[in-house]
Design a protein around this ligand. Structure first.
Ligand SMILES: [Fe+2]
Length: 353
């Protein structure tokens, strides 16, 4: 890195006019621009106005001494390079000045060559401090930018996952029901019931994925069975009932979707143990699957399907309450009843659009 020491201004503070003159001429002869002041207070005002990179100050002065000037100037500018000139009698104060951030002190009578060397070193030291500070600020800015970029990319990635899953859910619906919006509506109902039931927000995306993908196993069911207009034979039912297991096997292979397995695998279980594939009973059924069952039944009742006409939302809700404790978890049904009808209507309208 090229060091720029172009700023060679020096502030000379001494109550002895002769000293000020000699030092001023000396520094000027060595390429510096000089300002001078006759005591600490004047020096401080000049320092504040000029912000010189280098200050050379006497210790013992009327009005305000060099130590006080040093303290206040360093408060204004922590990187200020300040040299202290002192007589033998004041060595103790000069040493103290180092504690307050003086770069060095020089004993009077001043050896001019030494003064010049120390002045140059002090400026270089100050320059290093400034560059280091600048570099740190640059690093912090870059880290901040990178963090923001990363967060934006993550959000995009999540959004992409979400739309991919939604599209997949719609594709499954289309093949099965001839409508795309079933999964989206059931997702909306499920999330509303889950919130009313006090399910932590952190668990919502697993539930959402499970709901969107619940019937993904139907990919493995032949059209002749899936789309058969009449009732299925026992043998066909047996095949139909493999779809939760097929779905589980598919979804479990994708690490990002593993949380969806409980809903996909258990979405046909019933509270009284008469469901499939495992015939689980009560709370042995994962909560997400119990929530899904209510949401799915509600959607089935309130939307026209090939073999059933839709009933209104209120009647559907009453019907679900009647099936609490047989088909559905009574606790989940209670939470479902707690979801305002207007919210259910809103979800239905928006998911169908
Ligand atoms: Fe299913």
């Amino acid at each position: 890195m090229i060091r720029k020491l172009a700023d060679r201004r020096v502030l000379i503070v001494d109550d002895d006019r002769q000293v000020r003159r000699v030092l001023g001429e000396f520094f000027a002869a060595n390429g510096y621009t000089c300002h001078s002041a006759a005591n600490g207070q004047e020096g401080l005002a000049s320092f504040d106005a000029e912000r010189p990179p280098l200050t050379v100050t006497d210790m013992n002065m009327p009005v305000m001494d060099g130590l006080e000037l040093l303290k206040q100037a360093r408060t204004m500018e922590p990187d200020a390079a300040i040299l202290v000139l002192t007589g033998m009698a004041d060595v103790q104060t000069a040493i103290e000045s180092l504690k307050y951030g003086a770069y060095d002190f020089i004993l009077k009578p001043v050896n001019m060559d030494e003064l010049l060397i120390v002045a140059e070193r002090a400026l270089e030291h100050r320059q290093l401090l400034l560059e280091r500070r600048e570099y740190h600020a640059l690093l912090e800015r870059r880290v901040g930018e990178a963090t923001r970029d990363l967060a934006a990319t993550l959000r995009e990635l999540e959004e992409t996952y979400r739309s991919t899953l939604e599209a997949l859910g719609s594709a499954i619906d289309t093949r099965d029901l001839g409508t795309q919006a079933h999964s989206r509506r059931v997702r909306g109902y499920s999330l509303a019931i889950a919130r009313s039931h006090g399910v932590p927000e952190a668990d919502m995306s697993d539930l959402e994925h499970g709901v969107l993908l619940h019937d993904i196993g139907k990919i493995g069911i032949p059209d002749a069975i899936l789309l058969k207009p009449g009732p299925l034979t026992p043998a066909e039912w047996k095949i139909m009932r493999t779809h939760p297991t097929v779905g589980r096997d598919l979804v479990a292979k994708i690490p990002f979707l593993r949380g969806a397995v409980p809903v996909v695998y258990h979405h046909h279980e019933r509270w009284d143990g008469t469901g499939y594939p495992l015939g689980l009973k009560g709370e042995a059924i994962p909560l997400g699957a119990r929530i899904f069952a209510v949401a799915d039944a509600f959607d089935a009742m309130t939307f026209d399907r090939p073999y059933s006409r839709a009933i209104d939302l209120d009647s559907a809700r009453a019907e679900i309450q009647r099936s609490a404790a047989t088909h559905f978890d009574p606790g989940v049904v209670q939470s479902f009843v707690g979801v305002p009808l207007e919210l259910l209507e809103e979800i239905r309208r928006r998911s169908t659009e």
